[in-house]
Write a protein of this length. Structure first.
Length: 566
């Protein structure tokens, strides 16, 4: 036989005829093949190794007639029949009064005692001990069923995984993570609890999962064209078996049943028909009533930073989940900052590059404590998008956003108010910075996220550790622009879009209407300096005239960079 799962590490071995012959005889008679186990692994050790464990050579030779050695316990599974009785290093002396010196003898005795007990006699530190152990059926300890739920696959923790990680044969294993169960610590995860309820086995896990109601279902109403969402945010406790740290981990996940509408299905094999899968539909989850109205808490950051006092209650976090690869964007969870521009209509301005399409699930998080569903309703060519939430779900005072009347210039001081990239998932925080330059956004744009402003001058800042979208404020706390991310040269670059470009759209949003569709030239321009224009056919005599006319742009011109067909 060839042993090994990989061709470069496979090994040719010989299997003794005793076990296959017994198996073939049982198959010929139409009988089930019993396989016994006491959840322990034994290894044949040489006489010299047994002597090192406290046995004399005379005792070794007395029981090992062919001088091949004796069986020694190498691994004991926790909570198994051998646990608390057999210890690693015990030397097997006899089974039911019979001297056993080979693995074949031991396996035959266990196979013949399935469901009964065996008497084991062992040597330990020179003493003889005897135990009565229950023999289990190995067939009942191997996987025979799996559960499909919320885009993931679960199964009972069974014999093979238990021995691989030395854990008890009990629990629920996340065998194929996906959908709602994409955890922060990937690997072989054992689910210990779901929705604050213990899940010691798959049957209990099914009952707990079936009782999780929808907590994020919201009815559309006349002022908000919300989609129907079927979601529930729950806690999950798990242990990563193949990780460096086997400690318990806690996360909050969203059980999404609006995208993952497949029913909870249990697939199993029965003993009398191993050739077929039996599929059992466990039915839909219970539904809940419309979400109650929640009150916004006060934010202490407004007292510590007076410059953000007027706008702090309007800053939110926008959470987006794309379950499938759509529009070139991969499946992922994203968080970015947002600004409530109209609290009466529930309009929130955020980064378009983080929400590339309407084919995603959106939630708005207020004050790091309240989450409500939302939907995307508008895209703007300057790189921002508008999402809308149900205002009946949130109660609290929000200020009207005031606009700065001063045009920003290079070396102006501003305050960036947005989330920080530190992996903590915390809300927006303010930091002071200075405008380093004003100019176009140049570079190679990632084709997966091709939304970026063209033919406009934007605000460049020194390197700032901010992620997601934010706002730019002047010294009085008035809005002076948006802080937006764009994907350039396969990386993320954050820049400021000044208010003068956004004001027409923002004024309409404050009045409760959406801006009209933007019209743009189907051409992208880039900046070139005066000494380069001769390469594009401009005669030397016209260069002084161009410099005088464009002195405000530092003798710079613009040329066509890309012309799209049509």
């Amino acid at each position: 036989m060839v042993s090994g799962g990989y061709i470069l590490s496979s090994t040719d071995v010989y299997l003794p005829l005793d076990l296959p012959l017994r198996t073939l005889q049982a198959l010929r008679l139409g009988q089930l093949i019993p396989r016994g186990t006491i959840q322990s692994i034994w290894k044949l050790e040489k006489p010299a190794d047994c002597h090192a464990r406290g046995l004399s050579y005379e005792e070794v030779l007395e029981y090992s007639h062919d001088s091949s050695g004796l069986l020694v316990a190498k691994e004991i599974l926790p909570d198994g029949p051998s646990d608390t009785h057999v210890k690693e290093g015990d030397i097997l002396r006899a089974v039911d009064g019979r001297i056993v010196t080979s693995l074949l003898q031991f396996e035959q005795l266990m196979d013949g005692a399935v469901g009964n007990t065996l008497s084991l006699q062992v040597w330990r530190h020179g003493n003889t001990l005897e135990f009565e152990l229950q023999v289990q059926d190995l067939g009942t300890l191997t996987p025979y069923r799996l559960l499909e739920y919320a885009g993931s696959v679960f199964q009972d923790l069974r014999y093979q995984i238990a021995f691989a990680y030395n854990v008890p044969i009990k629990g629920v294993v996340l065998s194929d993570a996906g959908g709602s169960f994409i955890l922060k610590n990937p690997g072989v995860a054992m689910i210990c609890s779901l929705n604050n309820q213990s899940t010691p086995d798959l049957n209990t896990f099914i009952e707990v999962a079936r009782e999780i109601p929808s907590k994020y279902r919201s009815n559309p109403y006349q002022n908000c064209a919300l989609i129907w969402l079927d979601q529930a945010k729950v806690s999950v406790e798990y242990r990563v078996l193949d990780g460096n740290s086997p400690c318990l981990r806690y996360e909050s996940i969203t059980i999404d049943r609006s995208w993952l509408r497949e029913k909870m299905v249990l697939r199993s094999r029965e003993d009398n028909d191993m050739a077929s899968w039996y599929i059992r539909d466990l039915g839909p989850a219970p539904t809940a009533a419309t979400l109650p109205t929640q009150t916004l808490p006060t934010k202490p950051i407004a007292e510590c930073y007076p410059v953000v006092h007027k706008i702090s209650s309007n800053m939110v976090m926008v959470l987006a989940w794309t379950p499938y690869t759509t529009d070139g964007a991969c499946t992922e969870y994203l968080e970015c900052g947002g600004l409530v521009i109209n609290a009466n209509r529930g309009f929130v301005v955020t980064a378009r590059s983080f929400i590339p399409s309407t084919m995603c699930t959106l939630r708005i998080r207020f004050a790091d404590s309240i989450e409500v569903p939302a939907t995307k309703i508008y895209d703007h060519a300057l790189g921002f998008t508008v999402v809308q939430y149900d205002t009946s779900l949130v109660q609290g005072q929000m200020e009207r956003v005031t606009f700065s009347k001063r045009e920003p210039k290079a070396q102006d001081k501003m305050t960036i108010y947005g989330p920080i990239i530190d992996g903590s998932g915390s809300g927006p925080v303010p930091t002071e910075t200075t405008v380093s330059s004003i100019g176009p956004l140049t570079g190679y744009y990632d084709c997966k996220r091709f939304y970026h402003p063209i033919n406009v001058d934007i605000l460049h800042f020194p390197k700032a550790k901010f992620g997601g979208a934010g706002v730019l404020l002047d010294e009085h706390g008035d809005l002076q622009g948006l802080w937006l991310p764009f994907f350039i040269n396969h990386t993320t670059k954050w820049v400021g879009v000044q208010l003068s470009l956004l004001l027409p759209a923002f004024e309409k949003l404050q009045r409760g209407t959406l801006p009209p569709e933007c019209r743009m030239l189907d051409v992208e321009l880039e900046l070139v300096h005066g000494h380069e224009v001769q390469a594009f056919g401009v005669s030397e005599g016209k260069i002084p005239c161009i410099k005088i006319c464009r002195a405000s742009t530092d003798t710079s011109q613009r040329r066509s960079k890309k012309l799209h067909p049509g």
